[in-house]
Write a protein that binds this ligand. Sequence first.
Ligand SMILES: O=C(O)CCC(=O)C(=O)O
Ligand SMILES: [Fe+2]
Length: 198
Amino acid sequence: MDLFPADATLQPIPIEDGELAFLPQLPLTLPNAEVLRRLLDDIAWREETIYLFGKPRKQPRLSAWYGEASYTYSGRTFHPLPFTPLLQDIRRAAEAATGKRFNSVLLNCYRNERDSMGFHSDDEPELGPEPAIASITFGATRTFILKHKKQPATVKLDLTDGSLLLMAGTLQQHWRHGINKESKPRGLRINLTFRLIR
Ligand SMILES: O=C(O)CCC(=O)C(=O)O
Ligand SMILES: [Fe+2]
């Protein structure tokens, strides 16, 4: 009997200038499909407006913040909603799988293949210089793309249903990441990025 099957422990993904590790299935008490359904129904999803060169634009996805610490973003202070029992369970599982501590979560809902996330680094000062961020996916697979800031290096990872990707070390200093729109039909996907805000 294999007591430590490879897909039950966090596997490092070799990458220069940062740390990445992947767990194909985060151990949870509920099946992934049930977690997806509850997150879709229970989270206070918002379609945020962003201003691009002064013009209002709807973000191409739904989002929500939950947790125990307020945070500042683009000069505004946000007060997240308190963790729900399900989010507490997922946080505990993420902490057990990674050995890191988290006190807030950004949720993003990609309704179909047209929803996306622009390239960015999660490098807000309140996350600290080497933040550990646990990215957990439910539902459809989408390709997570990392682009190095100084070199022509690109890394693509398929983030599958129930998986956890840990970003850590100097990754946010050296890489941007995002989710592109796709032309092939994709179903609903919910991603949670757990963070520690100081
Ligand atoms: O949806 C994803 O996999 C990426 C989410 C992300 O980059 C973020 O929440 O900062
Ligand atoms: Fe991010």
